[in-house]
Design a protein around this ligand. Sequence first.
Ligand code: ACO
Length: 321
Amino acid sequence: MARRSRLVGVGGFLPERIVTNVELASKLDTSDEWIRTRTGITCRHIAAPHDTATSMGAAAAARALSYAGLKASDIDAILVATATPDQAFPATAVRIQAELGMTSGFGYDISSACSGFVFALTTADSLIRSHQAQRVLVIGSEVYSRILDWSDRGTCVLFGDGAGAVILSASESNDGRGILTTHLHSDGQLRDLLYVDGAVGQPEKSGKLRMSGRDVFRHAVEKLSSSVDEALSSCHLTRENIDWLVPHQANIRIIERVAKKLSLPADRVVITVDRHANTSAASIPLALDEAIRDGRIREGELIIMEALGGGLTWGTVLMRL
Ligand code: ACO
């Protein structure tokens, strides 16, 4: 009997303040029309001074626990995907562990930029399948508003803040539900296409996000399409078997290209980029939270999740809900 990681809880948190394209255009040489047609984004949530990766991640986690009907003490491990931690250390995961009042188990962070949730989900699945954990809380939490160069119109219009969380639980049942396969990649030769120019180890640099948008776009379409194919063929499945695409929400044009390759109609793709912009590692769990809670994604349906981010890093997770 196969031991699988099954999704049993989802939760999300978005900061209160919504910043529209029109508001950005009042401060920057850009327009609502340019941002909407190039990216699909109309607005984004921006963190208040008191919102951090820890506070937002803990709020999303609390909602996921409540959805699953579990207590913090039922969780064995917390994995947090973030590029914007409150402190260099301790990890955001252990800070969230304390916020939740969890006094056992363990937690650590994963740094894979926008692919972070896919990498964290893969690690959580390995912990469960190797019997190191029974239940794992997987969180993506990001405050990119603090690493954006707000004078660079080529990047600052693309991102938003927020957190999403899921709970994976071990299942020994033979019903085919749970994570079926995961596929991760990185190519450090491409590290200069998307990066943050500084951190605590290089404090003399500005610590702002830099990107070659066009190159990232090209790599995203190409690499995500092949990663999705790789995941399907490893399970002897075809595009026709997929019920839902829940992609990283970077740009509607990237999402549409991958959906087209999968021959998936628009109503089988979960989209949040229009209202959230790119929340990096938080985007997939926020999309899952929305589409599971509103009843679009149902038990037994096959979901493909994919993401690409700084590194470059990219990967795919195939899961039956
Ligand atoms: N408003 C108005 N004009 C702008 C803006 C803006 N916000 N930003 C750039 N421009 C201008 C440029 O200056 C340029 O002007 P020029 O022709 O006079 O030089 C023109 O628009 C075209 O610029 P490009 O960068 O070539 O525009 P492109 O069509 O490639 O779109 C974009 C830019 C939206 C960033 C696109 O390349 C993209 O989405 N790339 C993917 C990047 C991404 O999503 N990164 C997120 C992190 S990675 C990930 O999550 C997958």
